[in-house]
Each structure stands twice: as structure tokens, then as C-alpha cells.
Write a protein that binds this ligand. Structure first.
Ligand SMILES: Cc1cc2nc3c(=O)[nH]c(=O)nc-3n(C[C@H](O)[C@H](O)[C@H](O)COP(=O)(O)O)c2cc1C
Length: 171
């Protein structure tokens, strides 16, 4: 059984190399609309989304993160855009943000835009140097970053990924 939505889910892949081509603001706003329509526990919507379309500002964050990680060459895969969901701290908030991120990835894929989850900010967002850049990018004080979406037009077709099927169906 299939349809366009299912086909979109089945064909999304993480991409880690992007073209120079920018993503226009209208497209990013569509992705943000999809993000805020994700489910959140008790519909609290305590999250915030910073969308950065400026490559220099993305690389400023990458440099701060690289310093915190001890990896000076760290570059977040040089994406055309970066969406930084953040939220109050707490396990359930991480789940809210994961739902929002998946909406972003699937909506992006449906529009021909490639993406990947970036996890390194979850460990570095409270490093003073990283926090200073996150604040410049609009991330609210007191918010943690659990994952970010690196976005851009794919530089190459992603390789197929082996997907297991650990499923039990009881009839
Ligand atoms: C919680 C989580 C954290 C991830 N962190 C990273 C990351 O930091 N860098 C990265 O390149 N990919 C990251 N990924 C992407 C996974 O590596 C990727 O989803 C997985 O290899 C399966 O490939 P697919 O997305 O193409 O299906 C992360 C994915 C998830 C769900």
C-alpha cells in the first residue's frame, strides 16, 4: 500500500554534503509551519525555532561548537540553512523537539531539500562560547538544544541505508 506521503517517508535519507544554492525564505517558513504543527506533550508548545539562512552565521556557530568539541574543522556539513529547535529542559521536551525535527525533515524532502539531524549542540549548548552565538541567533536563555536540522540542496544522491524491520504483529 502506498501514497505520496508514505513514498516521501520511505525515500527520505540523511544527506551530509550540500550545494552552495541557498534555500529561499518562503520555503524555510513552510518548514517552520510544519515544525510547529508537530505534536507536543499536553500541547504545551514550549519550544522555539531559530532559522538561520546566512552561511557565515551558521559557520560562526560551527566554529564555537568546534572549539567546545576540540574539533577546529567542525563545519556542520556547511548547510545552506540551519533550523535550531530549542526547548525548556526535560526528557519530554526532547521528544517534542524530535517530533518537530522529523516534520522538518519530511517536509523538506517533499520539497526536494536534503537534511540531516545534527546532535552536537545537545552536548555543547551550555558552553559559554556556543551559548553566546546561540543567543545571537535568537535561542532563548534557559533553552536547551536537543538536535538541529542542517538543510540544503543535496550535492550528491545519498546512498541507500539498510533498514531493519524489528516488528511484531499480533492478529
Ligand atoms: C537522535 C539522532 C541523532 C543524530 N545525530 C546525527 C549527527 O550528529 N550527525 C549526523 O551526521 N547524523 C546524525 N543523525 C542521523 C543518523 O545518522 C541517520 O538518521 C541514520 O544513519 C539513518 O540514516 P537515514 O536518516 O538516511 O535513514 C542522527 C539521527 C538521530 C535520530
Amino acid at each position: 500500500m502506498t501514497n505520496a506521503v508514505i513514498e516521501n517517508i520511505l525515500t527520505r535519507r540523511s544527506v551530509r554534503a550540500f550545494q552552495e544554492k541557498p534555500i529561499d525564505r518562503e520555503t524555510i517558513e513552510t518548514l517552520l509551519q510544519c515544525a510547529v504543527h508537530a505534536p507536543s506533550a499536553m500541547n504545551r508548545q514550549t519550544w522555539h525555532f531559530s532559522a538561520v539562512l546566512n552561511r557565515e552565521k551558521i559557520q560562526k556557530l560551527a566554529a564555537a561548537m568546534g572549539k567546545a568539541l576540540g574539533s577546529p574543522a567542525y563545519n556542520l556539513y556547511c548547510p545552506a540553512a540551519l533550523i535550531i529547535p530549542s526547548n525548556e529542559t526535560g526528557l519530554i521536551k526532547t521528544w517534542d523537539n524530535a517530533c518537530a525535527l522529523e516534520n522538518i525533515f519530511l517536509a523538506a524532502h517533499s520539497l526536494g531539500i536534503a537534511s540531516v539531524w545534527i546532535n552536537q549542540a545537545s552536548d555543547t549548548c551550555d558552553d559559554p562560547g556556543v551559548r553566546a552565538v546561540l543567543t545571537e541567533l535568537g535561542v532563548p536563555e534557559g533553552h536547551a538544544v536537543y538536535g538541529m536540522a542542517a538543510l540544503g540542496y543535496a550535492a550528491a544522491e545519498p546512498k541507500p541505508v539498510d533498514k531493519k524491520y524489528p516488528v511484531t504483529i499480533i492478529e
